[in-house]
Design a binder for this molecule. Structure first.
Ligand SMILES: NC(=O)c1ccc[n+]([C@@H]2O[C@H](COP(=O)([O-])OP(=O)(O)OC[C@H]3O[C@@H](n4cnc5c(N)ncnc54)[C@H](OP(=O)(O)O)[C@@H]3O)[C@@H](O)[C@H]2O)c1
Length: 331
């Protein structure tokens, strides 16, 4: 009989309540197409004295997850080698992918005082990943682990941290001030739908660029003006203090190219692909506050159960999702 894989995050001892059971997880044991993600029974992780065990109720599939699963076959060799040094040379070092979670604390280590069993939390686990599973175990001090917004379901909460942390980071780099003209290019993805809402929260006058199918969605998020990149001539562009490229450098159009020349003399063009973002716990807390104040709404395109995660990856990989694709994780 095949050995039952151990969760990559398992640690031992020190917890008030130790489970010795199995959980469902989507496991990625080699790089490849979405079908390499296999639903398996995996040993439950066991929290150490300073860890919390989280029952994950929802996660998301992001373009980054697809890059990791496929090891970016379309990238240049040097880039692929660098990526593999980080994520695992011949196969993913951490076979349970997924970096966003919403759920609740199921058990705590004996030295943990920051959380209690039953607390609703959300987290961004970065390269630790481990969120495509019913449970994960992380240090209670994990930087990007906080209580989740009290007014959102787990599915809704999961739809915020990925795009929210990215948008906060890149808008922060742009130092947006109230009254400034801001163009959000690619306003319909996870980053874009959040960037539009956050730029409005900062008091900017927001022009959003998306395709015909997403015009109404983007307008409903508060954009003052919406331009359709499939139809609009570049002469429709105004002058902008800040242009945020929310979809990355590979997705472009004549409107995006022209937007670089539509900046004011002191204007800034920032792409989400410009640098590796640095996230702070305060950013996650800010997202919670904005969500609870009703100023930041989750945008969910589709929901898939964990059992259909390969299908979700196939959809996200097409590059046309609206906001977020959420994975729900049942008992
Ligand atoms: N720096 C980093 O470390 C880092 C980390 C994570 C992500 N990223 C970047 O962030 C990107 C976006 O991620 P995401 O999840 O927000 O977006 P996404 O979901 O991948 O973007 C999909 C959206 O982009 C729109 N789109 C596709 N082609 C477009 C084009 N040519 N012009 C304008 N919009 C277009 C799609 O709608 P239509 O097709 O209908 O237009 C869809 O709504 C990633 O692909 C990656 O490049 C960077």
């Amino acid at each position: 009989m095949a050995a039952i894989p151990q969760s990559p995050l398992a640690s031992s001892g020190g917890c008030h309540k130790i489970r010795a059971t199995l959980m469902k997880a989507a496991v990625c044991t080699r790089y490849g197409p979405p079908e390499v993600l296999q639903l398996q029974d995996v040993r439950d992780p066991v929290p150490g004295a300073k860890d919390v065990l989280i029952r994950i109720r929802a996660t998301t599939v992001t373009p980054s997850d697809c890059y990791i699963r496929s090891a970016i076959p379309s990238a240049r060799l040097a880039m692929r080698l660098m990526a593999r040094l980080v994520i695992g040379f011949t196969r993913p070092r951490r076979p349970i992918l997924g970096a966003v979670l919403a759920g609740e604390i199921e058990a705590i280590g004996r030295k943990v005082t920051r959380f209690r069993v039953g607390d609703a939390v959300w987290a961004f686990t970065t390269l630790r990943m481990g969120c495509y599973a019913q449970r994960t175990c992380v240090p209670a001090t994990l930087k990007l682990l906080t209580p989740s917004p009290s007014n959102l379901s787990h599915d809704e909460a999961a739809a915020i941290p990925g795009g929210g942390l990215m948008a906060l980071y890149f808008l922060g780099k742009a130092n947006i001030e109230s009254g400034q003209q801001v163009l959000v290019y690619g306003a319909s993805g996870a980053n874009g739908t959040t960037a539009v809402q956050l730029a409005k929260c900062l008091g900017a006058e927001v022009t959003a660029v998306c395709s015909t199918a997403n015009v109404e969605l983007v307008r409903s998020l508060g954009a003052d003006k919406v331009l359709d990149y499939t139809k609009e001539h570049v002469s429709a562009l105004g002058r902008y203090d800040v242009v945020i490229d929310a979809v990355g450098l590979r997705k472009t159009s004549p409107l995006k190219v022209a937007s670089r020349n539509a900046l004011t003399p002191a204007g800034t063009f920032i792409s989400v692909d410009d640098s590796l973002p640095r996230f702070r716990r305060d950013d996650l807390i800010r997202l919670k506050e904005l969500a609870e104040a009703g100023r930041l709404k989750p945008v969910i395109d589709r929901r898939y159960p964990l059992e259909r995660i390969a299908e979700a990856h196939g959809y996200v990989e097409q590059g046309h999702k609206k906001g977020n694709v959420v994975i729900t994780i049942a008992d």
